[in-house]
Design a protein around this ligand. Sequence first.
Ligand code: KIV
Ligand code: NA
Length: 259
Amino acid sequence: MVTAYDYSSAVHVDSAGIDLILVGDSAAMVAHGHGNTLPISLDLMLEHCRAVVRGAQRPLIVGDLPFGSYESSAAQAVESAVRLVKEGGVDAVKMEGGAPSRVSAARAIVEAGIAVMGHVGLTPQAISVLGGFRAQGKTIDSALKVVEAALALQEAGCFAVVLECVPSPVAAAATQALQIPTIRHRGWISVLVYHDLLGMFHSPDHSKVTPKFCKQFGNVGAVITKALTEYREEVEARSFPDAICTPYKMSCKDADDFA
Ligand code: KIV
Ligand code: NA
């Protein structure tokens, strides 16, 4: 599973034969430059979902329920999930957390006919109570909480669960305890954020949106910067566009159109 946020990233992920696309609320960080995932709205997520759906034919497309769109009640969760499917065009939704109210919300969404992917461990939408982007499940108590939450989400009808930033043995225990697939992030490569995987942000200025523990499979950011720099340099040196299209060689009519 890889994230995608727009038409071109969806085309690329589909062309690579990847099975699942997550339209993640990580869009808030990598597409909009925020420091965490909290600010993105459901309306903006819907725009991202629609663009991804236009670009990807084969993969299963999962849309993230953003912060503020499902916590108040099971009814609010169903309403938001229905919008992601009906207006956004996604095949399934993902929601964070395994507290009893979240499990009830997941169950209500499944009962409404929408497949739900759970997400436990580090749940970035809860950064305020977690105190930062920190590994979860590092003590026996919190490891048990992660596994129990995953089990409760399975019981509620989730078709898969993301285990984000939990120690390997805890992820392995959860995976063994569950019948549904587990999808691991940050340290395990079953799901990666598109921009992280491709090395889209290669400068230290962007360290806030790039986790250091993610394996980078490409260096696309450097390729983009090089191409843009070459373009700027050629235009400044007047070697591009070539002479034939410069205004003084155009016919009068073309020059008028140009102006
Ligand atoms: O929003 C996201 O990209 C995610 C994955 C990293 C699991 O939730
Ligand atoms: Na997310």
